[in-house]
Design a protein around this ligand. Structure first.
Ligand code: CA
Length: 448
């Protein structure tokens, strides 16, 4: 199956990435859609407003292929047949647990079934639901959520604000820093969150007050879904990590900076973060991302990663070329029908100091068991330039420099009614563009 005339390094690239492939679903062939036949991301959906069961689906153009309906057609065989049956549920966990060979078998079958040459176009059209008509649930039951801190630019920018004397702590360049977040408050795009209330202790104050956060922020991150897990007491090596990595999505780690500033020492963020985390509905699989891999390069002046965080494969293709965009839509923009304001544009490869493989290898080095459906956040993906920052804390330099939006409104932190929109896509000369869809969430007013 290895056939990579367009990049000999990418041993994972196979027939499903062939740029010449077209689908019988015309909207998948535009060249600008997020969901061409080369992508085939997974989500959990049902018809909007219906009482239908949520079920697993795959995006193709502007449609969702209903995998439960497909499973009833008995068009697949072998591993792919077992895989599609595992998708006949209201979450992807059982499919995730089957492992990389099964994910790959189903992807190969779906690629053939949805191709322009498909012998089953007629029956498959009966399994399509327009994306415009669906609503989404979380793609997996998330048992545990860990948030990392993988952008050195973000860590330095935030460190300057919280600890001007020592922005980057000495462990940063050795250890992929993370904390255990809260899974119960992770929601899917479209999430509406009340502004959090918490303890705040202002500068120069010694007694905190309970109030609604006045420094409410977001963090532009990517989410990493763990596929098959590892037993407690075992490790996932850095070379094994790609086969445990099901796929990636967009993630907004909403953050109340005033609550965070008072509570974060000595044990890290708590109530400033766990009131809500929003992810995009579609998981772009690790296999779909293969054509967009980039070398992992550690600056020669920095400490090189310890051996358990180093491998030839990770050095050759551990990073990813993912373009990121962050937008804000205020209530006034919605009232006047104006487009959202673009706050920043960056790239995963410019932002991330650690690769997904390194995060998985590090998470399990002590024997910690990851489980199917576990979610890892990359940390805020701020790039090295002022136009590629992933939080208002950084964009406004801690609230000191308000940002002016295209309609004349200004923001230091979020106001009620503000919607944050995240988008991402991958492009290269040798592959068809694929995208992640959208991660959208809105802040609602709260009463004390
Ligand atoms: Ca974060």
């Amino acid at each position: 199956m290895v056939c990579c005339p367009y990049n000999a390094v990418m041993t994972f690239v196979n027939d499903t990435h062939n740029p010449a492939l077209k689908s019988f679903v015309d909207s998948a062939n535009t060249g600008t859609t997020d969901f061409p036949i080369q992508n085939l991301p997974f989500a959990v959906f049902r018809r909007a407003g219906s009482k239908e069961d949520f079920r697993c689906g795959v995006a193709i153009g502007d449609q969702v292929l209903d995998l439960t309906a497909l499973g009833k057609m008995h068009l697949l065989s072998g591993d792919a047949a077992q895989a599609v049956q595992a998708c006949s549920e209201s979450s992807l966990n059982r499919f995730m647990a089957l492992g990389a060979a099964s994910w790959s078998a189903l992807r190969a079958s779906l690629s053939r079934l949805l191709s322009i040459d498909s012998p089953h176009e007629g029956v498959l059209r009966g399994c399509l639901v327009p994306q415009a008509d669906v609503e989404y649930d979380l793609p997996a039951r998330i048992g545990d959520y860990t948030d990392f801190y993988a952008s050195v630019h973000h860590a330095t920018n935030v460190g300057k604000l919280f600890r001007p004397d020592q922005p980057l702590l000495p462990n940063y360049k050795w250890v992929p820093i993370g904390y255990h977040g809260r899974a119960s408050s992770v929601g899917v795009s479209g999430q509406a969150l009340k502004r959090p209330v918490g303890q705040v202790c202002g500068a120069g104050q010694t007694v905190p007050v309970l109030q609604a956060s006045r420094r409410l922020d977001f963090e532009l991150e990517m989410g990493i879904f763990v596929g098959n897990g590892n037993a407690l007491g075992s490790r996932v090596s850095i070379d094994e990590a790609p086969s445990h990595l099901f796929g990636m999505c967009l993630l907004n780690d909403w953050s109340a900076r005033d609550i965070q500033g008072w509570e974060y020492q000595p044990l890290g963020p708590f109530l400033s973060k766990n009131f809500g985390t929003t992810i995009s509905p579609w998981i772009v699989t690790n296999e779909a991302l293969a054509p967009f891999r980039k070398p992992f390069v550690r600056d020669a002046a920095d400490p090189q990663p310890l051996p358990y965080l180093t491998s030839d494969n990770n050095s050759a293709q551990g990073s990813l070329n993912v373009s990121l965009e962050l937008l804000i839509e205020t209530q006034a923009m919605r009232d006047t029908g104006t487009v959202p304001h673009s706050l920043s544009r960056g790239n995963y490869n410019d932002a991330a100091y650690w690769t997904p493989q390194q995060l998985i290898a590090h998470h399990t080095v002590n024997g910690c068991n990851l489980q199917p459906g576990d979610l890892l956040g990359t940390g805020t993906l701020s790039g090295p330039t002022a136009d590629s920052l992933g939080s208002l804390l950084e964009i406004t330099e801690g609230g000191k420099k308000a940002v002016t939006l295209h309609n004349g409104q200004t923001r230091t932190f979020l106001e009620d009614g503000d919607t944050i929109i995240m988008r991402a896509h991958c492009e290269s000369d040798a592959a068809v563009r694929i995208g992640f869809g959208e991660c959208r969430g809105v802040i609602l007013a709260v009463e004390l």
